[in-house]
Each structure stands twice: as C-alpha cells, then as structure tokens.
Design a protein around this ligand. Structure first.
Ligand code: ADP
Ligand code: MG
Length: 319
C-alpha cells in the first residue's frame, strides 16, 4: 500500500509556476502581485450528490478544478493557486493517477498552481479552494446591476443538463449530440478570458452552476432589481439541434445546472463592445433580457408576447 506521502509526492507534486513555496511544507506561500486583491472561493464535489461514484476519474479531476476556476471567472478574477482536499475510500493508484491527470490538465489550461492540500481516508469527497487576483476595486460582484441594464449569457447553456437527462435515460440523444452534451457535463470550460475582459463592462455577474433562473435570482436579490427574460432571445437552437424537443430544451436552458456559463448585466451602451468581444473570443453571446425596477420580480416574455411571472427556484441542496 502506498503511504499518504507517497501518494502526494507521486500524484500531486508538480513544479510550481508562480508559487513561492508549494506542496511539501506546513503551509504554502503565495505572493499576490502589487495592487491586486485576492479572490478566494471553495467548491466541494461529493460522490452521490454531485457525481456518480463510478464517474470517470480523469473527467472528475478536470471538473473539480474547473468549477472552482469558473467562480473566479465570474468575479473577473484571474485564477492563480488552488489547494485540494481529498477524502478517498481507498488508495486506488490508477484512480488517483487518472484524477490527477484531469486535474493538472485543467490547471495547465488555466495556469493554476496546485499549492497544497490534504489527503485523508473517508467517503469520496473532493474539495478545492481557489485563489485568484483582481486589480483592487475591479471585481465584478452580483450586486451592481441597474434597472435598464441588458442581461447576457455566454455560450450555449443547457447542454450539461441535456447530457444528464441522456445519462438518466430521460432522452435518447444521437451519438454526436451525446458527445457534445456529455463533454459539457464532464469537462466544463470556465470562461476565464471572457470574464477578465468584462471588467469595466459588466455591472453584475455570476457563473451559472445551479440553473439560469435560480442563479439569476441571486443577481436580482443582490442588485435589488427585477428582470424580464425574452424567450425569443434564448439560445435554444443549439439544444434543438441536439434533438431536444421544445419543452426539454427550455427546461435544460432555464433550470438545468452545471453549465458554468457567465450570466451578466451591462448597460445598453456596451452592446457594440460586447458583440466585438464575443467575436474576438469566438464565444456565442446572447442578450436574453432586461433588468427591471421591481425588486425580485422575474418575468418571461413568451414568443407570442404574453408576459408571466416565473418561479426562480434553482437547485437547493436542502430544499
Ligand atoms: P500536515 O500534516 O502538516 O497538514 P500533510 O501531511 O497533510 O501536512 O500534507 C503534506 C504536504 O502535502 C502539505 O504541503 C500539503 O499542503 C500537501 N498536500 C497534501 N495533500 C495534498 C493534495 N491532495 N494535493 C496537493 N497537496 C497536498
Ligand atoms: Mg494535512
């Protein structure tokens, strides 16, 4: 049996790129650059709650870090360091090696150093704390949206939920569609470059992890606004192209979780700049609605013009 320290040395120790003192001491030493604030976030993935216990470990390694990076992207912060707390039922080296491969693939893609962590025996549980940098005062919070701002979403949200529906047998996707949707579910691509580009443009932002409507509710609450979503402007076509019918596409887009796209508000004066940025980043970007004055009220305008109030409950672990 490998010891805890063998496992750490073999699988979680890599040359650091920008860490003063990395894995191996009692604490890591991080040196934020002058003028930068630290942005810190933690996300935990629990077997049985966030993923199937037999999930592919390499994909899980990617996703464990990617969902944390996404939280920093949503602040307009640049991810720099992560620490990884692992609880593992057993020292399965093949599983750990595959997990580490996925984790470091994501770390390399987004220039994050793994600076430390903890490894213990217990129920399968993966927890990352991520540290990033943002110029002092430049972070994009959930609380800055104003009445009259446009509401935007990046990418083609809903694919991850459609992939999950496929795994659960609720829909049978064709091979290409299944590949697209399962990639979205298992290997989410945090929108870091775009999030950084939104500094000074977006008035409020978050990453959609628990469903668009539910997460929009957080922006509305923090900003003291309401919102009207224009159903005709929702990027449903990509879901239809995967074979989802109208009702399923809508449910996946509005209520499905695990997308990690950026949902943000910006004044209408930024429309041209945003269109140019989306083009430059090769990222689909949809203007899906408007922020309104009635605090907490969320309405949908259907394609026939009918307007009605939407429930904005997202996923809640304790509900
Ligand atoms: P301590 O007993 O002082 O908490 P540990 O024995 O838990 O130290 O960890 C030894 C070193 O290995 C520390 O630098 C810690 O940050 C690092 N470490 C432990 N587990 C991991 C992991 N899964 N990934 C990265 N670094 C880890
Ligand atoms: Mg420890």
């Amino acid at each position: 049996m490998p010891s805890e320290f063998d496992l750490i040395r073999r699988h979680f120790t890599r040359p650091a790129r920008h860490t003063t003192l990395s894995v191996g001491d009692d604490a890591a030493l991080l040196a934020p650059r002058a003028g930068m604030q630290l942005a810190v976030s933690t996300d935990m993935l629990v077997a049985g709650t966030h993923f199937f216990p037999d999930a592919d470990p390499e994909a899980l390694g990617w996703k464990t870090l990617a969902v944390n990076i996404s939280d920093l992207a949503a602040m307009g912060a640049e991810p720099r360091w992560a620490v990884l707390a692992l609880s593992l039922p057993k020292a399965d080296e093949a599983w750990i090696a595959a997990f580490a491969r996925g984790f470091f693939a994501c770390a390399d893609a987004f220039d994050v150093d793994l600076a430390g962590g903890d490894t213990t025996r217990g129920p399968l549980n993966l927890c990352v704390t991520i540290f990033g940098e943002v110029p002092a005062g430049a972070a994009i919070t959930r609380g800055g949206a104003r009445t009259g701002d446009d509401l935007w979403i990046t990418g083609t949200p809903g694919h991850a939920a459609l992939g999950l529906a496929h795994l659960r047998g609720e829909v049978a996707l064709g091979a290409d569609a299944a590949r697209t949707c399962l990639a979205a579910l298992h290997r989410p691509q945090p929108r870091v470059a775009f999030g950084l580009a939104l500094r000074g443009i977006a008035s409020a932002m978050l990453d959609v992890s628990d469903g668009l409507l539910g997460d929009l509710g957080h922006i509305l609450e923090c900003s003291g606004c309401g919102a009207c979503i224009d159903v005709a402007a929702l990027p449903l076509a990509a879901l239809h192209a995967c074979g989802a019918d109208a009702a399923l596409a809508r449910r996946c887009l509005l209520s499905g979780g695990d997308d990690y796209e950026l949902l943000f508000a910006a004044p209408p004066s930024q429309r041209e700049r945003l269109a140019a940025l989306a083009h430059q980043h090769g990222l689909p970007l949809s203007r899906i609605g408007t922020l309104t004055a009635t605090a907490g009220e969320l309405v949908l305008r259907e394609t026939d013009g009918r307007v009605h109030t939407a429930a904005h409950a997202g996923y809640d672990h304790f509900a």
